[in-house]
Design a protein around this ligand. Structure first.
Ligand code: 5GP
Ligand code: ZN
Length: 111
């Protein structure tokens, strides 16, 4: 998508602090961190939110995204101690309309 901020980061038109990349995802530090570790794992394919992920028809994409989340956590050294959040829709607080998962770690979270 032309004007999508995450698509622009994926195309390297905008800078980002990239921590992991593979075929399906790009992971980079959140510009406004809410925890000592706060990284966004972004699907390289432009999908508006989790609702638009074709999980049943494109298992490779769905599996690749979750593999990318695991590998990003490993790269960050937080495996076994991190939270994953995706905001789906405005009502849930989604601001950027491109599928992404927040990896948060390094502080005490209230369950
Ligand atoms: P959402 O509320 O949509 O789930 O979260 C979007 C996240 O993207 C926010 O945590 C925000 O700080 C982050 N963000 C928005 N624009 C940029 C940007 O240009 N670069 C980076 N690194 N993070 C961004
Ligand atoms: Zn996009």
């Amino acid at each position: 998508m032309e004007d999508c901020v995450f698509c622009r980061i994926i195309r390297r038109e905008l800078p980002a602090d990239v921590v992991y990349e593979d075929e399906q995802v790009l992971a980079f530090k959140d510009i406004n961190p809410q925890a000592p570790t706060h990284v966004l794992v972004v699907a390289k394919k432009h999908l508006a939110s989790l609702d638009d992920l074709p999980a049943e028809t494109d298992e490779k994409l769905a599996a690749g995204i979750f593999s990318g989340i695991q590998k990003t956590a490993a790269r960050l050294g937080v495996s076994g101690g991190y939270k994953v959040v995706t905001n789906c829709g405005e009502a849930a607080g989604q601001v950027v309309g491109h599928l992404h998962f927040h990896i948060l770690a390094g502080k005490k979270f209230v369950p």
